[in-house]
Design a protein around this ligand. Structure first.
Ligand code: 5GP
Length: 176
């Protein structure tokens, strides 16, 4: 049976917001270069689209982390599955994430990256669910603040499906 997904943000809305974020980041980091760290796999689509909208020099790396816990709630105990390819010492780092939920994963990750000697570490998230926050995480650039709902698309999955949807949608409860 196919899941029912209702559109939360259309492809045009997401792309327009990413364009704005790219412009804002380019202004804020004017005269510098920026090192984007995309978090696999959810943030891949967002990282690539964002990178295309940044007009200052960009380098990119990717990291994969997983959080121990049940399937719906992260635990705060984070495992690095794939670390960075390159050192970040002296770089202006911008972590690019799909969504900040409890904050457990990002809280660990930002702390870990801050100890590696970069000039700065900031966070850009496409989506933010502040109602769900357990750990305090500062989101420097936010695409959209959303209510507490399970979203898919634009890189976000439901059991590994729907990452390729070009929009952000909500999986309707009870329809799966
Ligand atoms: P946190 O540690 O902030 O609780 O969890 C962050 C991770 O949980 C995200 O990177 C994402 O993989 C997953 N996640 C949290 N909320 C959602 C959601 O609404 N939809 C999907 N597909 N993943 C989510």
């Amino acid at each position: 049976m196919s899941d029912k997904i209702s559109v939360l943000y259309t492809e045009d809305e997401v792309n327009a917001r990413i364009r704005e974020l790219g412009e804002q980041i380019s202004r804020d980091y004017a005269g510098k270069s920026i090192h984007l760290i995309g978090i696999l796999k959810g943030a891949t689509f967002f990282t690539c689209e964002l990178a295309k909208r940044i007009t200052i020099p960009v380098t990119m790396d990717f990291m994969s982390v997983s959080s121990y816990g049940d399937s719906t709630e992260s635990s705060g105990v984070v495992k690095i599955n794939k670390d960075l390819d390159d050192p970040i010492e002296g770089r202006e780092v911008l972590v690019v994430e799909d969504i900040v939920d409890t904050g457990n994963t990002l809280s660990y990750l930002l702390d870990n990256l801050q100890k590696r000697g970069s000039s700065s570490v900031k966070l850009c998230a496409l989506l933010d669910k502040p109602e769900r926050r357990i750990k305090d995480v500062k989101v420097d650039y936010t695409g959209f603040v959303i209510p507490d709902a399970f979203v898919v698309g634009y890189g976000l999955d439901y059991a590994q499906k729907y990452r390729n949807l070009p929009y952000v949608g909500i999986v309707e409860p009870g329809m799966e």
